[in-house]
Design a protein around this ligand. Structure first.
Ligand SMILES: NC(=O)c1ccc[n+]([C@@H]2O[C@H](COP(=O)([O-])OP(=O)(O)OC[C@H]3O[C@@H](n4cnc5c(N)ncnc54)[C@H](OP(=O)(O)O)[C@@H]3O)[C@@H](O)[C@H]2O)c1
Length: 283
């Protein structure tokens, strides 16, 4: 896709990643429309997508919609799990259907999923081409989320996250700087021939303890005492807490081999940037 000539539709574009991505795209000259539950300027609703399909000139579609899993105000009940599930699968299905039905199809459909698709095992380093199996709620969710989007032009980014000190501390913490995950979406939009999975994690593998220590050092503060696992289990529920207390080793092998360049490949550079310039920069 030629820079500055596209119209990108972003499901869940009002969220943390969506705002950062929208800003970068608009600065590059793209027209951006967000799909949201709430109507507003430069927005359409999910109901509009179901009723009238995609806006006419859309050249790329991204889906970032999803109920916040780690919302501590919500108990980990079957009802909430259903919300978490539906908010990802149904929005992805709605966009996939709208793309299938569109007369002029967008060149690319990019969705996000999570590194929860990889079963934590310190002896396995996961890259994009390993076979994945469904072993818990989150791996099933990621699997179905990616499946709901399966179209020839589909790119799925399996995303790492941010975190604080969590016991036991030696669990791996796949992570990525917000600028890099946003740039990875732009990379996928602007590459004409990418489909399949891209791991959206920084190349440096670190543990939860190392991650927290680096932030503490950069901020010149003592590292906080790790949150005990039992407390997290109690607050979040054991199944949900496992997202924080365990973590897989993940490498962005295919992402790198396709030519994506990380601005923050290691935790030191990411911490320095976050502490000193807390804003999304241009590409
Ligand atoms: N941030 C991370 O570290 C991370 C890591 C791995 C994967 N992810 C995934 O990446 C996606 C985007 O992350 P984010 O941090 O930008 O999320 P976020 O800030 O929570 O934003 C997600 C957006 O999804 C929409 N949404 C929320 N609940 C919904 C529901 N029940 N039904 C339909 N839409 C709903 C909201 O948009 P409206 O209110 O406008 O409808 C919201 O702005 C999420 O699916 C998340 O699971 C994020």
């Amino acid at each position: 896709m030629v820079k500055g000539l596209g119209h990108v539709l972003i499901g869940g574009g009002t969220g943390f990643i969506g705002k950062a991505l929208s800003r970068i795209l608009r600065n590059r000259g793209y027209n951006v429309t967000v799909v949201s539950r709430m109507p507003g300027p430069k927005r359409i609703t999910w109901h509009d997508v179901q009723r009238v399909g995609l806006p006419q000139d859309v050249t790329a579609v991204v889906n970032l919609a999803g109920q916040n899993v780690l919302d501590v105000t919500r108990r980990w009940t079957e009802g909430f799990k259903q919300n978490v599930w539906n908010s990802r699968i149904q929005t992805t299905c709605a966009l996939a259907k709208a793309i299938t039905d569109a007369k002029d199809k967008p060149a690319v459909f990019i969705t996000i999923s999570g590194v929860g698709i990889y079963k934590p095992d310190n002896h396995i380093v996961y890259s994009e081409n390993v076979a994945v199996s469904q072993f818990d709620f989150f791996s099933k969710l990621c699997f179905e989320w990616e499946n709901a989007a399966k179209l020839p032009s589909h790119v799925s980014t399996r995303h790492g996250s941010l975190g604080g000190p969590i016991a036991p501390g030696d669990q791996f913490l796949p992570w990525i700087h917000i600028d890099d995950i946003s740039r990875l979406f732009v990379f996928a939009i602007e590459s004409t021939n990418i489909s399949g999975v891209l791991n959206g994690v920084a190349p440096e593998e670190i543990s939860n303890k190392e991650f927290s220590a680096c932030f503490a050092k950069t901020l010149f503060r003592p590292a906080l005492i790790p949150v005990p696992q039992a407390a997290l289990n109690m607050i979040l529920g054991e199944e949900r807490a496992s997202m924080l207390t365990t973590g897989p080793r993940v490498q962005p092998k295919r992402t790198l081999s396709l030519g994506f360049k990380f601005l923050y490949p290691d935790i030191k550079s990411a911490c320095d940037e976050i502490v000193h310039t807390p804003k999304v920069k241009e590409l």
